[in-house]
Ligand binder design. Structure first.
Ligand SMILES: Cc1ncc(COP(=O)(O)O)c(C=O)c1O
Length: 470
């Protein structure tokens, strides 16, 4: 299938088509899974869903129900499920050669070149890319080693509300306590400070008086966060040695699709520079076109020293975790960061094909337009549903926060998610309190699907919110 295949031809259908879900085959498969699969399995506990086949922004379950997929395997299938241009290359590669550790292949070198050209700011053309293992967590582990190796320090600074993965180092950076319970001690001297979040109590008035940023954006939440970061470096009684690096999601994903104010990332850049620390952007969820730019950093024109990537970069859902860093930090020698699966040749081809598809169809602009369309629909809905207190995001990274009388409405969001599922649209949730509806559809979602999906979601939100008020 040629790269020209229009996005309208990628899907099973433009609209959902579901009977009573879950159907009998789904229930049977979930029951079988429960018998043999791990107690750690989580997703089917939230949604009784058993997929069989998927194309574009649509998934058919084992009972033949067709769903619109507005979460794309948690932001993995950016060019859609089974994108034919991507799969053609992946199939050819699988038949030829799949695993070469880090010996050069045409695909590996071309993928690094193509990805490298699309990195933000000064990283483009001046970076190195390392593959240590196939997951996002692996990429984060690599970034911890890179920061320690380059600074000679071992402290880590991350943010409340953050999610960076679940291997030991990454888990030290992740803020959610529930992920950590029972696994302490993790890495020593990992500290978390507030991320700018407008739903929290934040200082007002003359915040410039204490904001450490050279260009204060006058947002209380931002000044509070930057002040906390600066204190961790500059306070003689900060409680630990200076951190080696600052890890930040440019837009927090798991934390609730939280977009920071204008001056935040630039303020972090300045603090890192003033204190010889590295600034590391975790673009595992925000990267590869998700926010309507290749990387979220592009929205703020701030260049990190290093950047982690995973999820969508393999194009087809085959896993690849990667870290890009400025070449000045390429100080480690052979074996500095390795793993058996340090690259996956079919996934490299999938990544190259995905880049081609995104550019052929200008999917970055499409993601921006579709994201605005979705946020516009939620803004209209908020006029009738007072529990919607914030609609936010960039590109096709959308968060909708629900509260009643200022309190997070966790059960409302859970019920909305289930009701959307019953009506044929898959959505996910996020947020420190799990009170945010998170929409991350494939970038190939069509305007018709956005409208059909939003009709379903709007109806579900209205009906569930009304029930909850009774
Ligand atoms: C921002 C961010 N960082 C790291 C990770 C961890 O990636 P993985 O689950 O592939 O280990 C995730 C996963 O959701 C993520 O969203």
């Amino acid at each position: 299938m040629p790269v020209e295949t229009p996005i309208e031809e990628l899907h099973i259908s433009e609209e959902p088509a579901v009977d009573d879900v879950p159907g009998p085959d789904t229930e049977a498969l979930i029951a079988r899974q429960r018998e043999v699969d791990s107690g750690a399995v989580a997703y089917p506990r939230r949604l009784p869903f058993a997929p069989e086949e998927a194309r574009g922004a649509t998934i058919r379950d084992v009972d033949g129900n067709v769903f619109l997929d507005f979460f794309a395997g948690i932001g993995v299938l950016n060019v859609g499920h089974s994108n034919p241009h991507v799969l053609e290359g992946v199939h050819e590669q699988i038949d030829k050669l799949t695993h070469t550790v880090d010996f050069p292949t045409e695909a590996r070198v071309e993928f690094i070149e193509r990805l490298g050209e699309r990195l933000p700011g000064d990283l483009a053309g001046n970076s190195k890319i390392v593959f240590g293992g196939p997951s996002g967590s692996d990429a984060i582990e690599g970034s911890i080693k890179l920061a320690k190796h380059n600074t000679g320090r071992h402290g880590l600074l991350a943010f409340e509300g953050s999610y960076h993965g679940t291997t030991a180092g990454a888990l030290s950076l992740t803020a959610g306590k529930s992920y950590k319970e029972g696994y302490a001690p993790l890495l020593a001297d990992a500290v978390h400070v507030p991320f700018p979040y407008s739903m929290e109590a934040n200082p007002g008035g003359d915040v410039e008086a204490f904001c450490p940023a050279e260009n204060c954006c006058r947002e209380g939440s931002c000044a509070r966060a930057l002040d906390a970061v600066a204190r961790k470096f500059e306070g003689a009684y900060a409680g630990h040695e200076d951190p080696a690096a600052i890890w930040v999601e440019p837009i927090q994903g798991e934390g609730g699709v939280v977009v920071p104010p204008e001056g935040f990332l630039e303020g972090l850049r300045d603090i890192a520079d003033d204190n010889d620390a590295m600034l590391i952007f975790d673009e595992i969820q925000t990267g590869f076109g998700r926010t309507g730019e290749w990387f979220a950093a592009d929205h703020w024109d701030v260049t990190p020293d290093a950047m982690t990537m995973a999820k969508g970069i393999g194009g087809s859902g085959l896993p690849v975790g990667a870290m890009a860093y400025h070449e000045e930090f390429d100080t480690w020698g052979p074996g500095g960061h390795v793993g058996t699966f340090r690259g996956n040749v079919p996934a490299f081809v999938g990544g190259i094909r995905a880049i081609e598809y995104v550019e052929e169809h200008d999917l970055l602009a499409h993601a921006r337009a579709m994201g605005e369309r979705i946020r516009g629909r939620f803004a209209e809905l908020a006029e009738d549903v007072p529990e919607i207190v914030d609609v936010r995001g960039k590109g096709l990274f959308v968060g909708v926060e629900f509260r009643r009388d200022g309190e997070p409405t966790v059960d409302l969001v859970e019920e909305i998610q289930l009701e959307c599922f019953r009506r044929g649209v898959l959505v996910w949730y996020a947020g420190r309190e799990k009170n945010v509806l998170r929409l991350i559809p494939p970038l190939v979602v069509t305007e018709g699907q956005v409208d059909a999906g939003m009709d379903v979601i709007s109806g579900a939100v209205e009906d569930v919110a009304e029930d909850h008020r009774e």
